[in-house]
Write a protein that binds this ligand. Structure first.
Ligand SMILES: *[C@@H]1O[C@H](CO)[C@@H](O)[C@H](O)[C@H]1NC(C)=O
Ligand SMILES: *[C@@H]1O[C@H](CO)[C@@H](O)[C@H](O)[C@H]1NC(C)=O
Length: 409
């Protein structure tokens, strides 16, 4: 493709002006962004397939990099997703973007095409990222990005997609993973990373800390605004007690993401997963655990695989005896109650299940433990615990919420 020379000149001019800009003034207030929950599933088989394909892709990507990754799993975009609305350009065009802790590039153009405006500056790079549930290719541009009226990033590097697969119903992704995940996503600038939205909000003085707080609430409705992302801090109205932190794990490949060391126990003494590395991920719907841990969970609960939905199923009597699952990380134990282990029963028929039956949200990661990414704490976990992703201190925080012990499922 060709880039007009005038664009290059204006890009250079833009950078020259940027360097001369006044030092940023720190805004001491964190910025809140509403999150909207959407479901797209016609069967839980696809939900499990989606989550397992993502797990496989996250493992592959960390070991082989972005370039040359082959995904053999069919693309399925059936999942539970949270989106936020952000503005790009001037005047801003509003895009609905998936919130993704497992990737770090931000791009638009899936459903709504990228709109060029007076603040658009093309770069000389093409960008491509492959996800477990899709991919996109486009031109990397810089543009102004509006999170809220008083939080406008002056020059955010974003992808303007030419083509994308697997992202129906959304306009792109707002990446909130670690910046290293942007390595090898640009061509020809193969080794450069791309500053993330969070990094830029912080470096441009728009937020007081380089961290993100996330709140999701369980829901039994298909589509609802029930989440909140806080840039630069946490929202104390959204959690109870205090936030406890655990360092990002040093075990690869989990260390490339928001990875932590964690153990999982069922009831008072049944070990499900000894302390090992895994990740916290807003792109995964269920809680995935390594296949050996999954077998132990099945034995402990008496659950059986349900052929209609692909999830585990228990009887009413087994539910009456279902014990809590205890997740221990950073010396603190988080209790996932029996009710929190259920798929919301009001949505059973949406996933090919039967009304009144009881399905579980703990699913098989699809590979045995000992591979450096042995669990994924997805939405089923994050809808019960407030989470904090702290780049400066390389740590992940959790706190209980008003919904931790809710019996909404
Ligand atoms: C839901 O997923 C299916 C395929 O998995 C896709 O064809 C459809 O367009 C999606 N719908 C929305 C609204 O995302
Ligand atoms: C996590 O577990 C690994 C493997 O046991 C260990 O080497 C590491 O020190 C632990 N802690 C962190 C923060 O990575």
């Amino acid at each position: 493709m060709t880039i007009p020379r005038r664009s290059l000149l204006s890009t250079l001019l833009f950078f020259a002006l940027g360097v001369a800009a006044n030092p940023a003034v720190i805004n001491q207030s964190p910025i809140k962004l509403a999150l909207f929950r959407q479901h797209n599933f016609t069967s839980a088989h696809n939900l499990v397939t989606h989550d397992q394909a993502r797990a496989q892709q996250l493992k592959n990507r960390a070991s082989k990099g972005n370039a040359g990754v082959l995904v053999n799993t069919p693309i399925t975009n059936q999942a539970v997703t949270y989106t936020a609305s952000v503005g790009v350009g001037n005047p801003p065009t509003t895009y609905s973007l998936l919130i993704d802790t497992g990737s770090s590039n931000t791009w638009v153009g899936a459903d709504k095409r990228y709109q060029i405006s007076t603040t658009t500056r093309p770069t000389l790079n093409l960008v491509t990222v492959t996800y477990g549930s899709g991919s996109f290719k486009g031109l990397e541009v810089t543009d102004s990005l509006t999170i809220s009226p008083n939080a406008v990033i002056k020059s955010q590097s974003i992808g303007a997609a030419f083509t994308s697969q697997g992202f129906n119903g959304v306009d792109g992704i707002l990446g909130i993973g670690p910046v290293d995940l942007t390595e090898d996503t640009l061509f020809p600038a193969t080794s450069a990373t791309v500053s993330t939205v969070t990094d830029n909000l912080f470096s441009q003085g728009l937020i007081p800390a380089n961290q993100v707080g996330i709140y999701f609430a369980p829901t039994t409705q298909q589509s609802v605004q029930n989440g909140e992302l806080t840039y630069g801090g946490t929202d104390s109205t959204k959690y109870t007690g205090t936030i406890s932190y655990t360092p990002v794990t040093s075990t690869s490949p989990a260390s490339n993401y928001w990875g932590i060391n964690q153990s999982i126990r069922y009831g008072s003494s049944t070990n499900i997963l000894s302390t090992t590395a895994g990740i916290v991920d807003t792109g995964t719907t269920l809680i995935l655990i390594a296949s050996d841990a999954f077998s132990r969970y099945m034995s402990a609960t008496g659950a059986v695989p349900d052929s209609n939905t692909g999830l585990l199923r228990i009887t009413t009597a087994q539910y009456a005896n279902l014990q809590s699952l205890y997740f221990t990380t950073g010396g603190v134990t988080y209790t996932l109650t029996a009710n929190a282990q259920l798929f919301p029963r009001s949505l059973n028929t949406l996933i090919g299940g039967t009304a009144g039956k009881i399905y579980l949200i703990v699913a098989n990661l699809g590979s045995p433990s000992g591979q450096g990414l042995d669990f994924i704490n997805g939405y089923a976990f994050l809808e019960r615990f407030y989470s904090v992703f702290d780049t400066t201190n390389k740590r992940v925080g959790f706190a209980t919420t008003a919904y931790t012990t809710a019996t909404t499922n």
